[in-house]
Design a protein. Structure first.
Length: 253
């Protein structure tokens, strides 16, 4: 069995650094990743990047995002275009796994309309609770497009062979999850926003605002355990690390 992993950059964002490392000043420019996993039983996407309305921000939602997060996101950088360069038919993708429901991870969900959407149940419920939507910055137009839903609770093995496994890493949001992918070279953990930067993991340096700090620290320790066991960690938004990651259509090996 051969499982292949491809990394795609779906734009960049510039934000205040304290949003990633509490107490730090200045700004940080970071990539918006999405991943394609090619499994013999079907293709999987992990996160979907930004919504294309940010390329031409005329809606109130898009204007708010561009005001506070300074995106660099041109036509041709959206998920569908990235997949087209990989000769992947987005309409035939089997699973779309959202790490969580923030705009830079689920904004492209509408482009993957035929996939089953795999989300932690507690994240999906939070994404439809008015109070939690407000406190977590969720917006239905990013993620709720009538997909066939698989609301999972905890670890979930997509293909039943331990090759692509959702790993709960709560804290950043109520139901954040990471994705463990078993390649020929060993395990890779696509951490998502459970671990923004290498420094987040090495120093347990949390962002200024998280949903639950205790849960996020517990998730980081779980990631450290996986790393100690040999997994390579793909940090959520680390620009220095991202420079070392081959970009699709080149394969991550």
């Amino acid at each position: 069995m051969s499982v292949r992993l491809y990394a795609m950059t779906c734009g960049w964002l510039t934000m205040p650094l304290h949003m990633f490392l509490d107490g730090e000043e200045g700004e940080i420019r970071l990539p918006v990743p999405a991943y394609l996993i090619d499994h013999p039983k079907g293709q999987v996407l992990f996160d979907s990047g930004l919504h294309t309305d940010i390329q031409d921000p005329v809606t109130k939602r898009a204007q708010t995002i561009t005001k506070y997060f300074s995106p660099e996101f041109k036509a041709g950088e959206e998920l569908g275009a990235r997949l087209e360069r990989c000769e992947v038919d987005v309409e035939k993708v089997r699973y779309l796994v959202n790490s969580h429901l923030h705009f830079d991870h689920a904004g492209g969900n509408f482009q993957v309309k035929n996939a089953q959407l795999v989300v932690q149940k507690r994240e999906w419920l939070a994404g439809h609770d008015p109070d939690l939507m407000k406190s977590n910055g969720f917006a239905l137009e990013d993620y709720d497009h009538g997909h066939d839903l698989n609301l999972v609770d905890g670890e979930h093995d997509l293909f039943g062979d331990d090759s692509v496994v959702c790993i709960p890493t709560y804290g950043h949001t109520p139901g954040h999850q990471s994705l463990k992918v078993r390649l020929g070279s060993g395990d890779v953990l696509l951490a998502g926003d459970a671990c923004y930067l290498r420094q987040t993991l090495e120093k347990l340096h949390l962002p200024k605002v998280v949903h639950d700090k205790a849960e996020m620290l517990e998730s980081l320790r779980r990631i450290q355990t996986l790393q100690t066991a040999g997994a390579r960690i793909f940090y959520g938004h680390d620009a220095d690390f991202w420079q070392t990651v081959p970009q699709a259509p080149a394969e991550v090996t």
